[in-house]
Design a binder for this molecule. Sequence first.
Ligand code: ATP
Ligand code: MG
Length: 151
Amino acid sequence: KPVNLENVISNAIETILQTHEQQVKIERHGTKPDILIPLDEIRIEQVLINFLTNAVKYSPHNNQVIVTTFVDHEAQEVRVNVTDFGIGIPDFKQDAVFKKFYRVEESSLQFQGMGIGLFICSEIIKQHHGSVGVSSIVDEGSTFYFTLPLN
Ligand code: ATP
Ligand code: MG
């Protein structure tokens, strides 16, 4: 059913702030997409929660996370970026992080996890006919994104 994406993003941010309390600073950038998109609200919120949880978890020395949204009218899609300033991911491992049970060795020593969160994200976004991806620089941070078609 058509849902306001902005509400889904706010709910996800609210959930993360409630679980992590004062250590996390989440900023909203970009134009807030006041648009209705047909989506499964619970599942898209789960994607955002997984991205945000990772952004916090893999940023042990920086508590800042930025959520940016763009509406691309030409491509008829909306894009949501979740940016952190954490440990980053080496170039050649960036595609693998969306695979089931994959974890970057360097981070698996230091942080607990199953390697399933991003796989679930990619499956949910696939079901919505969108795309997921990441760009990242080691020791500088990462931006995970998803896109959703506007109709
Ligand atoms: P869980 O299943 O509990 O989410 P996880 O966090 O290890 O466990 P994913 O969320 O699927 O699993 O992430 C896969 C791997 O990608 C992580 O183990 C980590 O190596 C890397 N990764 C994910 N997000 C980030 C990030 N924001 N910064 C750096 N590395 C990340
Ligand atoms: Mg995770």
